[in-house]
Every structure is written in structure tokens, then in C-alpha cells.
Write a protein that binds this ligand. Structure first.
Ligand code: ADP
Length: 398
């Protein structure tokens, strides 16, 4: 099936048009500056990128510009919009309502709306993308794929916060977790690559990008993950602090007179490896600075590696053993030294890396030594393919 995958943000919208069966990507691109002016970048494999300034006062014009590009004589890949069989939307927060992807109808939209307080930045933008597509392509089926859904199998003991229980009962405060589509994709690929049924495997998936999270996956189901009610939780990321002692908030707010918005902005945008290093949120810049002798850059890397390693240990305990550790996303796929630093010191639990095998980027590979008890794998994530496959499956099964 030919599926248009949409990831709508508040002022940008990424898309990929692909075949869910052959995995062929026909075109992909990005709408930027929605609500400001509007810019489209459209890429078709083997052809020159097409860039165009298109007025995009709303997501409606952005979607229309994508459809125009997909059907244009010069840059297009189909002759008519009707050749798009279905649209799959990435939606950030499905709350407790969604344990899997769903066909978009009025009830689904109402449930996504209900999750807006849990995903106040992303869900409204995701809904704008959905509504724009419904308006422009009213006869094309649409599917929502949630970042939280894969984590909904976590047991109560893993998702319950130790605060008064009424906040869970009345306000749905619990661990949800994110990057679920990525953790689901790489854990399933890991089972394929190892030639074993997912139900027999205990896997720790490390999604290390600008935003990062780990998941513990047992028998193909998530049993724990590092992000929480929101994506600020877990270990330090590019600009996010990860878990910190809540006392720090009161202390700094008192000393500097910050309100909660300013405080959260610091924790979301100015912390993580950027905050420690003062250099950048990009691991390439921090690596270069560390190599040039910058102590804080090295410290940022050390804190990051140490924190990921600690969670691997925690998840080995949660799973009662580990068969495989998977690295994915920007850092996990490209940064051999990060993978090495994280995996080193885990020899006691049966992890033995192969430095030569690890010396690669962006390709599926086993990077542990042949005699390693725990398999370590590099698997590039492909959330778009998962969204396209979920979409095709649901539309076929209607
Ligand atoms: P996002 O969370 O925005 O989807 P990505 O998964 O694309 O992020 O990861 C982006 C991050 O990956 C960059 O900020 C950068 O730190 C890191 N990265 C990309 N390429 C490399 C590389 N070659 N070496 C080290 N880090 C890299």
C-alpha cells in the first residue's frame, strides 16, 4: 500500500511517502515555518531536492503543498492524490486510552483531544495535521500511531509514581514513556536479526538521539522505560536534564525568582549535555571539544554514558537477565565511541564488544564479539516504516 506518513509539529511538518510492503520510499520532505511564512523541502531519491517558499498560514496549506509536490509533473511521484491509499499520523500522547494504533474517526479524535493536557505542545499540532488531511483528502483513510502506545504493557509497579495515589486515579499521573514506535521497531528487528522469536527474548533498547530513552522489552512487550509523564524524565539528553531531585526546583526558583515556566524551560532547553558542557547539544561538537581538552565537554559525555550504563544495569535487573542490547537514533547509530563507552564495564553481565564490528555507522549489525553472552546490535530506527505498516494493516482490516 502507498502510505503518506505525517509527523506534524507546531510550526513544522515532516512527511514520507512510501510503500508499506516493499519499504520503498518514493518521496520525503519537510514543511517549515508554518504560521510564519512557509518553506517546503521535497526530496525524491535520485532527483535534485526541490525547495520552495510557499505561504503556509496553517497546517492546511502545508499539507496542500505536500500533495502538490507529490503530484507535480516535475517533482511528483504519483499523478493523482487518489493514488495515496492512506495517511498515517504520528501522535505523541495517547494517554491510557490507546494501547495500539487506531483508525481515525470522531471517537479517536475526541480521545486525542482528551490527552492534550498530557501532551500540551505536541497533541494540538498532531491534531492540526489530522484535521488538515481530513479536510483536503476526505475519502482517504487515516490512522493515528502513538508514541506512548508500545509502553502501555508496563506493569503497575513500573508505571506508578510514589506520590499520593489520588493523582493517578483522578489526574492520570503515571509513567507513560515515549519513542514507543522506535523501541517497538528496533526490538522487533532485533528478534529478526537474531533469528529468535520475540517471545523468548529480553532486550534493552537504547534510543539515543537529541531526545533519548531506554526501554526494557520482555517477550516483545515493554516492561519499563525511562521517560515518564512527559519526555523530560530519564537520563540527561541533548538539552533535557532527565531525572533530577525536585528539591533543586524549589532551591533555584527561590534564589533566582524563576516561575515554573522559566524553571521548566531551563530543564527542557538549557540542561542535559548542553548545560553541563556549555558547548553544544550536539554530541559531535561535544566530542570535538572534549578531544581538544575541554573538561566540561568530557564531563558531559561521562555523565551521559554513566547514566545510560546505570539504566542498562537497572533494566537487566528488571528483566531478570539480558539477551540483547540495541543502539539506535542519532547518537546510537552514528557514534561508535559512545556505544563503546556505554558498553564497557558491562563485561560482568556478559557484554563483550567487538571494536572492529562496532566501527560502523547507520547500518544494521551485531557489534558484540562472537563469544559475547549478550548480543549488542546497531539497528537504525525507522519509525516511518512502522507507522506505514500499522496504517496499512488497519486499513486492510477495516
Ligand atoms: P531527534 O531526537 O531530534 O530525532 P536524532 O535521533 O536525529 O535526534 O539524533 C540527533 C543527534 O544525533 C544530534 O544531536 C547529534 O548529537 C547526534 N549525532 C548525529 N550524528 C552523529 C555522529 N556522527 N556522531 C555523534 N553524534 C551524532
Amino acid at each position: 500500500m502507498k502510505i503518506l506518513v505525517i509527523n506534524a509539529g507546531s510550526s513544522s511538518l515532516k512527511y514520507q511517502f512510501m510503500d508499506s510492503d516493499t519499504h520503498e520510499v518514493y518521496a520525503k520532505g519537510l514543511c517549515e515555518r508554518i504560521g510564519i511564512d512557509g518553506r517546503l523541502t521535497h526530496k525524491v531519491p535520485g532527483r535534485e531536492d526541490f525547495k520552495s517558499d510557499v505561504p503556509m498560514p496553517t497546517h492546511g496549506e502545508a499539507i496542500q503543498s505536500v500533495l502538490d509536490a507529490l503530484t507535480s509533473a516535475e517533482h511528483g511521484v504519483v499523478s493523482n492524490v487518489s493514488e495515496i491509499d492512506a495517511v498515517g499520523h504520528r501522535v505523541l500522547h495517547g494517554g491510557m486510552a490507546f494501547t495500539e494504533s487506531c483508525i481515525i474517526n470522531d471517537a479517536c479524535i475526541a480521545a486525542i483531544e482528551e490527552c492534550i493536557p498530557l501532551g500540551p505542545l505536541h497533541n494540538p499540532a498532531n491534531l492540526m495535521g489530522i484535521r488538515a488531511c481530513q479536510k483536503i483528502m476526505p475519502n482517504t483513510p487515516q490512522v493515528a500511531v502513538f508514541d506512548t502506545a508500545f509502553h502501555m504493557t508496563m506493569p503497575e509497579k513500573a508505571y506508578t509514581y510514589a506520590i499520593p495515589y489520588e493523582y493517578y486515579e483522578k489526574d492520570k499521573v503515571r509513567r507513560y514513556g515515549f519513542h514507543g514506535t522506535s523501541h517497538r521497531y528496533v526490538s522487533a528487528r532485533c528478534a529478526d536479526m537474531l533469528g529468535k522469536p520475540a517471545k523468548d527474548l529480553k532486550i534493552i533498547t537504547c534510543h539515543l538521539g537529541n531526545g533519548s530513552s531506554l526501554a526494557a522489552v520482555k517477550g516483545g512487550k515493554c516492561v519499563d522505560t525511562t521517560m515518564g509523564l512527559g519526555p523530560l524524565a530519564g537520563f540527561p539528553m541533548g538539552t533535557r536534564s532527565g531525572d533530577i531531585d525536585a528539591t533543586i526546583l524549589e532551591y533555584l526558583m527561590g534564589r533566582y525568582g524563576y516561575d515554573i515556566k522559566e524553571m521548566l524551560n531551563i530543564l527542557n532547553k538549557k540542561s542535559g549535555v548542553l548545560g553541563i558542557s556549555g558547548v553544544s547539544s550536539d554530541f559531535r561538537d561535544i566530542g570535538a571539544a572534549a578531544e581538544a581538552g575541554n573538561h566540561r565537554a568530557q564531563l558531559a559525555l561521562d555523565v551521559f554514558y554513566y547514566s545510560v550504563k546505570k539504566y542498562i544495569g537497572a533494566y537487566a535487573a528488571a528483566l531478570g537477565g539480558v539477551d540483547a542490547i540495541v543502539f539506535t537514533a542519532g547518537v546510537g547509530e552514528n557514534d561508535a565511541s559512545a556505544r563503546m563507552a556505554i558498553a564497557s564495564g558491562l563485561e560482568y553481565m556478559g557484554v563483550k564488544m567487538d571494536p572492529d564490528a562496532n566501527n560502523i555507522r547507520g547500518k544494521e549489525a551485531v557489534i558484540s564479539a562472537p563469544d559475547s553472552k549478550v548480543q549488542v546490535l546497531l539497528i537504525p530506527t525507522n519509525e516511518e516504516l512502522m507507522i506505514a505498516q500499522d496504517t496499512a494493516e488497519l486499513v486492510r482490516g477495516r
